[in-house]
Design a protein around this ligand. Sequence first.
Ligand SMILES: [Zn+2]
Length: 217
Amino acid sequence: MEPHIYREGALVGWIEVICGSMFSGKTEELIRRLKRAQIARQRVEIFKPAIDQRFSEAEVVSHDENAIPSTPVDTASQILLLAGDADVIGIDEAQFFDLDLVNVVQRLARDGKRVLLAGLDQDYQGRPFEPIPQLMAVAEYVTKLHAICVVCGAPANHSQRLVANDDRVLLGAKDAYEPRCRRHFSPTPVPTSAPIAKPARQATPAAPTPTVSDAIS
Ligand SMILES: [Zn+2]
C-alpha cells in the first residue's frame, strides 16, 4: 500500500517506515517510492549511513542493482544540515543510526517534508533493532515486508545468520544470512539450510504437522 504521495496544501509532512528482514525488498521499495517522487519533479534528497559501504559510497543500492544517488552521512544530525529545501527525504539502512534519528525525522516532518526510511526491524537474534521500533511508533505509515523462508516457503520475518559471529552488525556479508520464518529461525547462527530436506507437498490441504523434524528448531 502506497501512502498518500501528493502534497496537499503547504507544510504537511509525514514519516513512512519500510521495514522487514533481509532480502525482503526494503531498499527496492524505498527506491520505487523515491523515483516516483522524482518523476513528479519533487526535490528528493537521499541519505545513508557512512558505515554501509557494501557496494557503493554514493548510491543507495538494492540487492537487485537498482541504484539511486545518495549522500553518506556519519550522524543523523547531518541529515538536518544537508536536507536543504528538499520536499522528500529518503534514508536507507536506518538501523545503523542511533536514536537521535527519531528526533531528526520528526523535525523534518514538522518542517513539511515527506520522510521515508528503510531498515531492518530485527537484528540477527530476532531482537528489535533500534531505532526502527521507535521510528515505527512515530511514523504515519509503516510497511512491513517479508522475504520467503528458504526452508519451508512461508513468509520470512527473520534474517538467519549462518556464520559464527557475535557482532550485532556484520557488514558486507550478504552470503552470511538467509531468510527464515519464525519456525525455522534460530537466534544462534546455524549452517545454511541447503542440506535440510523439505517435507513433501501433500495433494490435499492439511494443517501443518508439528511432528516434521528438522535440524533447526
Ligand atoms: Zn520456514
